[in-house]
Design a protein around this ligand. Structure first.
Ligand SMILES: [Zn+2]
Ligand SMILES: [Zn+2]
Length: 292
């Protein structure tokens, strides 16, 4: 199976490749730069050479970036400029480094909370989506064609909480470079039940109908510290949280998802990020003989 983790780039991107390989992973997600800042990714040529060598040496593929948490693709004025330019910088680096694309939390609209504090499926004022679409289109226009812009489903009151909204965005952008990443912790937070074969089938069928299977790029495989439907997003180590083990076992074996890359974004048993134990627990869910 394709299984990896989001790993620290301390010491350079190439160190992340080595780290994930050493914990038994064969694909990777990293931040191109600090996820809590606006400093654009600017790795040098030496870094590129080291990274490309490491990727080959350890057979780690694909590699994804995860965009900064400050990005709001629906932002206006200053946030808009910073969001667009940092996404452009990141995807340019992705193109040069052979990184497949970047996963982004689209952000939030200024308004749009209903009385119960939840966002409606769609904003009533559809004009608010136009800013979002314009911003994403600009990013796509100014970045290498081979790189992907990957929308992550959200568990909170953010853009991308429902398949309907993601489908609406994808359909309007109408660009094969726009893909989707599903995070098991965010699905749990949003109250999407995929804990039986029937429910997962139904959910993936709905995904296919609304968005299209071919646009499902990869899975973030995380447990959750919070209750089902809590709208909270605190990741937990696999098997230690509130997500039933059946969810993991079903999703790593389902014909529509089993061949996708799975990336763990868990706190780790020593609190220092994903580790071998988490990857081993995920591998143990895989039925059949193709565990590697
Ligand atoms: Zn994310
Ligand atoms: Zn995630």
């Amino acid at each position: 199976m394709k299984l990896g983790a989001h790993v620290s780039t301390a010491g350079g991107y190439s160190e992340a490749v080595r780290r994930v390989a050493e914990m038994g992973g064969n694909c990777l997600q990293i931040f191109s730069t600090s996820p809590r800042g606006w400093r654009p990714a600017k790795p040098g040529k030496e870094e590129k050479d080291r990274f490309k060598k490491a990727v080959k040496e350890y057979s780690v593929s694909p590699v994804y970036f995860h965009a900064s948490y400050l990005i709001n693709m629906a932002g206006s004025t200053e946030v808009r400029e910073k969001s667009v330019s940092s996404m452009i910088a990141e995807l340019k680096v992705a193109g040069e480094f052979g990184v497949k694309g970047t996963t982004v939390h689209l952000g939030s609209f200024k308004k749009g909370k209903s009385e119960d504090g939840q966002r409606p499926l769609f904003e009533e004022d559809s004009a608010v989506y136009e800013t979002l679409f314009d911003n994403i289109r600009q990013v796509l226009k100014e970045t290498p064609k081979e790189t992907l812009f990957i929308v992550e489903n959200m568990g909170m009151r953010k853009i991308g909480k429902s398949l309907e909204e993601i489908a609406f965005i994808i359909e309007n952008l109408n660009d094969p470079r726009v893909r989707v990443c599903l995070d098991t912790c965010h699905l749990h937070a949003a109250g999407v039940d995929i804990s039986t074969e029937e429910l997962l089938d139904e959910f993936l069928g709905e995904f296919d109908r609304l968005i299209g299977n071919s646009l499902l790029e990869f899975i973030h495989i995380n447990d959750s510290r919070d209750e089902f439907g809590s709208l909270r997003d605190r990741h937990e180590n696999i098997g230690e949280g509130k997500i039933p083990g059946d969810v993991f076992s079903l999703i790593v074996n389902h014909p529509k998802t089993k061949d996708l890359p799975f990336i763990a974004e868990v706190p780790g048993f020593d609190g220092r990020g994903p580790d071998k134990e988490n990857l081993d627990r995920i591998k143990a869910f895989v039925e059949s003989d193709d565990r590697d």
